[in-house]
Each structure stands twice: as structure tokens, then as C-alpha cells.
Design a binder for this molecule. Structure first.
Ligand code: SF4
Length: 457
């Protein structure tokens, strides 16, 4: 039952936020009432699609009215190095007649058409609000279709109304645990096999990290899910170590894989020089603990020394230009602390950071780095952000696209560091790219022009 699944996700022992709540608060779930005037975030279906769509060779079929697919399709730049099938938007496009008669037959026909036309290794079928309300049994149709067509047809039961985007991410993780992970054996295994969980390869960021892992001799058994392949995800249970990139999204996958298959996991970040190095070191150490030859650690240390020296050499020319420039950071989750260390390394001064969607550990990390007095906030209204920009005399704001107009209205330079960004900021390459982008944004002559009063003022 979906309601049991949702409650199970709310009770996830690995989620620090949940564990900090009372029994009563936990029952209520994570959805907060919207504030008038604030933009609503994505729905649970949107979250599930974001988490699974980067499995690039599978077909992703949205069972619902066309707007659900339209809202979610292609709004994130997850890149693939192989199949492009995930870029095709499949939907059953329900109409009024389907609402009256039910749309299970239509769904089966759509699955069949996709299988015959594209022959993907699997089809993910997303439940949305309308068919869930009229009572279409997506799970039963998927089971029937899988038997008939001889392919994994995976029901993703996360209709929008059950909750927020974040809950949808976790329900997508449950789908993988229930229907995908552990259903295939890999062709071979090595002592260097890892899974990367919660990394979506936005703007191709993971490609800035993969060459480093290749040099270490680490094999990525599966990506969950950026640049992912279905059969690799299905055999993820044979990895030696799991790395969790975004703890908020898929903690349930990492924790349950540890419980079921004995795979230890750690949370790491690919942002900033020191975090990137820590991540590589953690991977090496955990692999050695699980049986990889011990020389992996010295090989990793040598790569880190070389890469760090190269990154600092490339950052040096920017230091003079950027030292003392004041940054307001509006991001969330793991980026709230990993970006702080990355930017300070380049001489920038961080005035404060948002900690929306950050876990307790994330917040503790920031306090450890910056002290108790450092300015952190959960949620701010647009007018408060504008006030803060004015009063703190920020030179630049880094955030997601939703708050860009607040900065632009205040005539403060702005740079996108969230999911819609087009430039990749991961690894040693990425931090250089980020600092380069900040420099370009700050020195753009447009800011001089827009700040000159208009002739009539
Ligand atoms: S809330 Fe429901 S109807 Fe709206 S986009 Fe999400 S799944 Fe579709």
C-alpha cells in the first residue's frame, strides 16, 4: 500500500531530520503548508521522475494528463554518455473519456508500443494524480505487461498529491529497492567496485570526477542515477562501497543496501578542492577495508597531491581579483557547506548561507567551519533576501534560478549554482570553472551600466 510506503519513508532511520522529530511530528510527514506568495516546489511525481529519469537507456512513461510530463520533462540537464532514450517524453496523455472509463488498457497499449518500437532494457511507468484518483492500478498493469512482454516494467507509485518533490525522490529510491536493485548479476566484479548514489550528472558534472576514479583504478558498478544504465543499476548489490552524494534524496537506498547486502556507505561531496580530496580518500580507504589491495591508498594520495597542486595553480590568478568579494549563498543540502569551503579557498568572503534541505550534519559541518555566529537561515521571503543583499553589501549572489530576479532587481550580479545550471562545477576542474564564472559575472560591464541612474532619475 502506498500509504504504508510513505510512512516507511517518513520513519527512515538514516534521515537525521526525521530522527529529530517526535512520533507525532513524524506521522505528519515533511510537507509544509505553503506561504502565500511563495512559489510551490515540485510534486512527489516530479521528484520521482528527477531521481529516475537519468537512467538513460530505460523508457520513462508518464501515466497521466500531458501537463504532468510537460512540467517535469527536460527541465534538468542530466547528461548521458550513451543512450538518449531518456530524452524522449512518453505519456499516456489522459483525456476526460479516460477519466470516465479508466485508462488501464490505454496504459498497457502505450507500454507495448514503446517495447516494440524502442526495445529498451526496461520501462519505468510513473503514476500521477489523475489515474491514482480514478483508481487505475498501475502496479497490476505493469505486472501484466512484464509477463506478456518479457521485460521489466517498473511501476513508480508516487502520484503528485502524496507530498513534496523530496518525498518523491525517496519513493523513487524505494522503487529501485523493490523492483530493480538485486535483479541481475554483473558480468564480473572487482575489489574496486563502487556505486554512486544521488548524483544526477547535471551539466555533465560527473564527467569531471570520473577520470580521477579511473586513474585510481576504481570501477563504477552503477550510477544511481546520473548517466545510469538500467542493467548496471539492477546489479548494484554487488558493489563493495556506496558513495552517497545527496543524503536528503536517497539515504533510504544507501541504508537499506547496507542492511540487505552489507555494503557500507559514506556521504561525500564533489565540490571544492578539500572535499573532493576527502571523497577520493574515503573511497580508497573503504575499498581497502573491504579487501582491495592497500597500495590503492598511496596511489590515491599521489593523485590528490598532483591534482590539488594543479587546481591551486589555476586558481591563483583569480585570487587577487576576488579576494574580499562578498558572497551570499542560497543553495541547500550538501552544497551549503561544500561550496563554502570551495569559495573561501578562492579568497571570497561568504556572508551567509541558506540551509534549506540541509541535514543536521550539514549544519554542524558549517558551524565547525565558520563558528556558531555564522549567518545561516532556513527560509527567507523574497523581500528579506532583497534586504539582506542591500544591507550586507553583497558583491554577488549564488543561488538557483527561482531567486535570480531578486538579485537582478537589486542590481547585484547573480550566478546559477543549482540544478538548472549549464556549467559543471564538480571536482578539481569544476572549482576552477566556478571561480572563473564568478569572475566573469563580477567583471561584466553591464553592472556598471545598470547602476548608473537613469537620465530622468
Ligand atoms: S501534482 Fe499531480 S497533476 Fe500536478 S504535476 Fe504532479 S502528478 Fe501531475
Amino acid at each position: 500500500m502506498l500509504v504504508d510506503k510513505v510512512q516507511e519513508v517518513f520513519n527512515e532511520p538514516g534521515c537525521a531530520t526525521n530522527q529529530g522529530k517526535t512520533e507525532k511530528e513524524r506521522k505528519k510527514g515533511c510537507t509544509k503548508a505553503l506561504k502565500p506568495g511563495a512559489a510551490a516546489g515540485g510534486c512527489a511525481f516530479d521528484g520521482a521522475k528527477i531521481a529516475l529519469q537519468p537512467i538513460a537507456d530505460a523508457a520513462h512513461l508518464v501515466h497521466g494528463p500531458i501537463a504532468c510530463e510537460g512540467n517535469s520533462w527536460d527541465n534538468r540537464g542530466s547528461k548521458s554518455s550513451h543512450s538518449q532514450l531518456y530524452r524522449t517524453g512518453f505519456t499516456t496523455d489522459l483525456s476526460e473519456l479516460d477519466v470516465i472509463h479508466g485508462a488501464e488498457k490505454k496504459l498497457f497499449k502505450a507500454i507495448k508500443e514503446i517495447v516494440l518500437k524502442y526495445d529498451p532494457p526496461a520501462v519505468f511507468v510513473y503514476q500521477t494524480c489523475v489515474p491514482a484518483l480514478i483508481g487505475d492500478d498501475v502496479e497490476a498493469v505493469c505486472k501484466f505487461a512484464a509477463d506478456k512482454l518479457g521485460k521489466p516494467i517498473i511501476p513508480v507509485n508516487a502520484p503528485g498529491f502524496v507530498g513534496s518533490k523530496n518525498l518523491g525522490n525517496k519513493l523513487a529510491g524505494e522503487t529501485l529497492l523493490d523492483h530493480v536493485i538485486g535483479t541481475r548479476e554483473p558480468e564480473f566484479t572487482t575489489p574496486y567496485d563502487i556505486n554512486i548514489i544521488g548524483e544526477y550528472n547535471l551539466a555533465g558534472e560527473f564527467w569531471q570526477v570520473k577520470p580521477l576514479l579511473d586513474r585510481m583504478g576504481v570501477r563504477i558498478l552503477s550510477m544511481i542515477s546520473g548517466d545510469g544504465k538500467y542493467n548496471e543499476v539492477a546489479s548494484a548489490h554487488r558493489a563493495k562501497v556506496n558513495m552517497l552524494v545527496c543524503s536528503q534524496a536517497l539515504i533510504n537506498v544507501a541504508r537499506k543496501m547496507e542492511e540487505r547486502y552489507g555494503i557500507p556507505f559514506f556521504e561525500g561531496s564533489f565540490y571544492g578542492v578539500s572535499d573532493m580530496s576527502d571523497t577520493l580518500r574515503n573511497i580508497a580507504m573503504l575499498l581497502v577495508e573491504r579487501g582491495a589491495p592497500v597500495e590503492l591508498i598511496s596511489r590515491t594520495d599521489a593523485i590528490i597531491r598532483e591534482e590539488e597542486a594543479r587546481a591551486w595553480r589555476r586558481l591563483d590568478p583569480y585570487k587577487e581579483r576576488l579576494t574580499g568579494k562578498r558572497v551570499l549563498l542560497f543553495t541547500g543540502g550538501v552544497k551549503s557547506w561544500s561550496m563554502v569551503s570551495a569559495l573561501e579557498g578562492a579568497g571570497l568572503e561568504i556572508i551567509g548561507t541558506s540551509v534549506k534541505k540541509s541535514t543536521k550534519e550539514d549544519k554542524d559541518r558549517i558551524k565547525k567551519m565558520k563558528g556558531e555566529e555564522f549567518h545561516m537561515w532556513e527560509d527567507l521571503k523574497p523581500r528579506d533576501i532583497a534586504k539582506m543583499l542591500r544591507e550586507s553589501k553583497a558583491d554577488i549572489m549564488l543561488s538557483g534560478g527561482r531567486s535570480q530576479f531578486i538579485a537582478l532587481k537589486a542590481k547585484v550580479p547573480w550566478l546559477d549554482v543549482n540544478q538548472e545550471r549549464h556549467v559543471a562545477f564538480a571536482g578539481y576542474e569544476g572549482i576552477v570553472a566556478l571561480v572563473e564564472e564568478i569572475d566573469k559575472t563580477l567583471s561584466n560591464p553591464i553592472w556598471r551600466q545598470v547602476r548608473v541612474p537613469a537620465p530622468w532619475e
